[in-house]
Design a protein around this ligand. Structure first.
Ligand code: NAG
Ligand code: NAG
Ligand code: NAG
Ligand code: NAG
Ligand code: NAG
Length: 480
């Protein structure tokens, strides 16, 4: 069984081997005025600067979603974007826990060529696009993102990322046009262009190289300057705000970039200066009871930082939260016999409706924002009357050695989640992800509906029963 953690970008490169003189050279470079370097005195760059100042042209974007959060099915959500000129479609996992976009590239020796997800994979070839260019290690994007050492002018800008599940991608950065769907009417879109820097994957490892859950790449929705949304926002194309609604029932959902006008959501502040989307957890309720935890685990005043990450399938709780939570949930059914499946999942036989047999779990955050997960969301059905627990024991190790709790799709699905990076808040509410939301298109001041998509059902029509059979085999293969 795969490890379902995806988030957490680590930029490798030569970060750990900096020579002192190069460090200071970089610092000097970084404090320069953005428009001081001669090569930046170009029209597009000045125009971009002005666009940003005037704040016009801020489009709302509709990213069609596919996939689902079920550990026995696709276990991830993905979208489709056009890259290159002429544009070709690529399927990429949406991951709010990492900061760059990359796609598998021509010449890659260990890239997947087919996928059990029912999507057609293709390798991106910068030479096959009239707008594709390679970035070099002396360019600003590379210096800011990778901080390369020993760079000789004109050589490639290499990147390496390792994800929480141990998988990794390596390659070099390129820049090309991407094509997105801009909202232009209710449930209507027109193509919109933007130029962004992204990784050209030359070597993938771990889950990323295998064919079962393979996609063309990953689209990081982190807030670092290197993410696609930050790059588009910095040239005044979009607002630094996005919302997702991951449909845990039907798969697919809603993913929109831009200002959400309906519904209005309550929010909680993001913890400042963090690599990921961290929010402060104040209390956990199980059924009608507040979970009693020692104050060094969860202080009712200062709370505990937890990470919101769409690239993670389940919820990985720090051990000191996991045990009391599980004890309390299982106390509702003291007679169950538990067994372990795949050395990872706690499973049991249960007849009847799990929503009546187990308590709901409610996370309470700063600003009185709460997040309720009902039993049918935190339990998944392995077969007939066998159910397994989605809560996982053990979080992610942070840089300062703390154990961070990761809340993934299992917790985020069936909610509309709004990341407002301009106001540094994140908000959510229970929502029907098969419906639509209303966003504002700034250039026109119009408000448009962005609706539900399911890319998987579109591709299923082509592959039909073959996909169903493959999925069945995958499930049998994983659990028997
Ligand atoms: C693109 O073309 C250049 C020059 O012909 C070549 O060196 C490079 O390997 C090509 N890149 C890919 C990904 O094929
Ligand atoms: C997108 O870019 C391509 C290539 O530069 C261009 O031909 C096309 O007209 C652009 N489309 C839009 C909607 O601007
Ligand atoms: C990110 O971009 C902003 C605005 O362009 C800039 O002020 C900031 O220094 C950049 N951050 C990093 C870490 O380079
Ligand atoms: C962001 O914060 C400002 C000031 O607190 C507020 O006026 C504005 O409405 C907020 N924007 C959104 C989208 O919530
Ligand atoms: C969700 O919305 C869709 C589209 O409006 C509707 O068909 C469906 O019945 C709704 N589901 C629920 C549970 O309300």
């Amino acid at each position: 069984m795969m490890d379902l953690r995806r988030g957490c970008l680590v930029v490798l490169g030569s970060l750990f081997f900096l020579l002192p003189n190069l460090v200071s050279a970089n610092v000097v470079f970084k404090v320069q005025n953005k428009f001081a370097a001669a090569r930046e005195r170009t029209l597009p760059s000045l125009k971009a600067h002005d666009d940003r100042r005037h704040g016009r042209r801020l489009a709302a974007v509709d990213l069609p979603l596919g996939g689902n959060g079920s550990p026995t099915d696709t276990a991830l959500y993905y979208t489709k974007i056009g890259i290159g000129t002429p544009p070709k479609d690529y399927y990429v996992q949406v991951d709010t826990g990492s900061d760059i976009m990359w796609v598998n590239c021509a010449g890659c020796d260990k890239c997947p060529t087919k996928s059990d997800l029912g999507v057609e994979l293709r390798l991106y070839d910068p030479n096959g696009s009239t707008t594709g260019t390679s970035l070099t290690c002396d360019q600003d994007f590379c210096i800011e993102t990778v901080n390369p050492t020993g760079c000789t002018v004109g050589s490639a800008c290499s990147y390496g990322v390792t994800y929480g599940d141990g998988s990794s991608s390596m390659g070099y950065f390129v820049k090309d046009n991407i094509q997105l769907d801009r909202a232009s009417g209710n449930l209507q879109t027109t193509p919109m262009n933007g130029s962004v820097a992204f990784g050209c994957g030359a070597k993938q490892s771990g889950q990323l190289g295998s064919s079962s859950q393979a996609l063309d790449g990953i689209l990081g929705f982190g807030q670092a300057n290197s993410s696609m949304i930050s790059q588009l926002a910095s040239v005044g194309k979009v607002k630094k705000m996005f919302a997702h609604c991951l449909d845990g029932t039907n798969g697919g959902g809603i993913f929109a970039i831009g200002q959400l006008v309906e519904p209005k959501l309550n929010s909680t502040p993001l913890v400042p200066n963090q690599a990921h989307y961290n929010v402060i957890l104040k209390a956990i309720e199980v059924g009608h009871d507040v979970l009693q935890l020692p104050t060094d685990v969860l202080d009712s005043q200062s709370g505990k930082a937890v990470v919101i990450d769409s690239g993670t399938t389940l919820a990985y709780l720090a051990a000191d939260l996991f045990t009391p939570l599980m004890d309390k949930i299982m106390a509702a059914q003291p007679d169950l016999t538990l067994h372990t499946v795949e050395q990872q999942f706690t499973c049991f036989q249960f007849n009847g409706n799990v929503d009546n047999g187990f308590p709901a779990v409610n996370f309470r955050f700063e600003n009185s924002l709460s997040l309720t997960i009902v039993p049918s969301e935190y339990l998944f059905q392995l077969r007939d009357n066998v159910w397994c627990v989605g809560w996982q024991n053990g979080g992610m190790q942070s840089k300062d050695g703390k154990e961070l709790t990761l809340l993934g799709d299992m917790v985020l699905s069936n909610k509309l989640v709004l990341y407002d990076l301009e106001n540094q808040t994140i908000g959510w509410a229970k929502y029907n992800c098969s419906s639509s939301v209303k966003v504002r298109d700034d250039p026109s001041g119009q408000e448009y509906l962005i609706g539900y998509h399911d890319l998987a059902s579109a591709s299923n029509r082509n592959t039909g029963w073959t996909l169903t059979l493959l999925l069945l085999l995958a499930i049998l293969g994983s659990f028997i």
